[in-house]
Design a protein around this ligand. Sequence first.
Ligand code: BGC
Length: 411
Amino acid sequence: MKKRVFALTMAAVMGLSMTAFADGEVANKDKPLVWFNRQPSNSSTGELDMAALSFNEKTYYVGFDANQGAELQGTMVKDYIEAHADSIDRNGDGVIGYVLAIGDIGHNDSIARTRGVRKALGTGVDKDGDINSDPVGTNTDGSAGAVQDGSLEINGTTYVVRELASQEMKNSAGATWDAATAGNAIGTWSSSFGDQIDVVVSNNDGMGMSMFNAWSKDNGVPTFGYDANSDAVAAIGEGYGGTISQHADVQAYLTLRVLRNALDGVDIDTGIGTADDAGNVLSEDVYVYKEEDRSYYALNVAVTADNYQDFTDSTKVYEPVSAQLDESAHPSKKVWLDIYNAADNFLSATYQPLLQNYDDILNLDVEYIGGDGQTESNITNRLGNPGQYDAFAINMVKTDNAASYTSLLSQ
Ligand code: BGC
């Protein structure tokens, strides 16, 4: 008798709680939300948009440690120059000249990379307490104000290091990080001062590979990018100087994992710093969590001729977090996710394929929306019915525009 009453009570309790959490019962403003790849922030000052980052208790950002990665990229370029001192100065004028492709002058990650390279090569100048990250246009005579000539002493010889040119690679329609624009820029630069260019540096591999294929490969000029996309890693065998892995395999996992945890109502650290029921867990050397930013940051690794064989497939899931979750304990949920620009090399060739691998593992039914890279409304127009989804993953066109999304979820 007692047993029966208990069973009935349990059923009633479960019935109640199931109604309370059934699809459509949770207000959109209370659903899990993750920002990724573009951290809500002021594009002029870099200040984090904490209103967006703490939109509700289940809101997080997933990206990577921009400063650690930028420093690695700068050091990788400097180390290469030092190791190739006898051949690097192609025209023997004592000046090691480099050109720099800038992704988006209002994107924290792009700014950090420009600063990292200038810092390592001694070409940075101070602006408001930090290294100036403005593009210089053309600076073949070394007179630009946004940079200075650096110097490197290698084996007893002192070289001048000069940023010969840099430019934001934005196309006429407004898309940033634009690979085709970078390919055109290297064409223009090389035809007017090609013999002075000893090194090519880019804020990412999409632009870096475009410049490598258009010019530097044939001219034997080392080219450095960022992202460790599979094509760029393969090109290291053909003279591409190196790239940085931002551990997209860890980021894509974290992007969906924080949603899974919030949907399951479990501790947010589950399957992250603490092993989940399938054994998935990340070690501290691949990510950090900053509670005050509500942000997870993956750590970066330099990929050069020494280790590139280990990075040939950028879409492979990270083994320590590749175990399938049990569907009865972690039932399928619907997620709306957008990629700000369907044509972005990194996001389309590396990040999205990884997300698609992890969504199965985590039992998430994700609808992928690809934007045009220029207008936020092209994406927000496709979030007409947020009530259909259990959670949201957002990649903005402009880091200032978080409210365009949160306002849709607040209605
Ligand atoms: C990547 C770039 C990409 C950008 C998009 C960056 O983290 O390195 O390749 O274009 O994200 O926001």
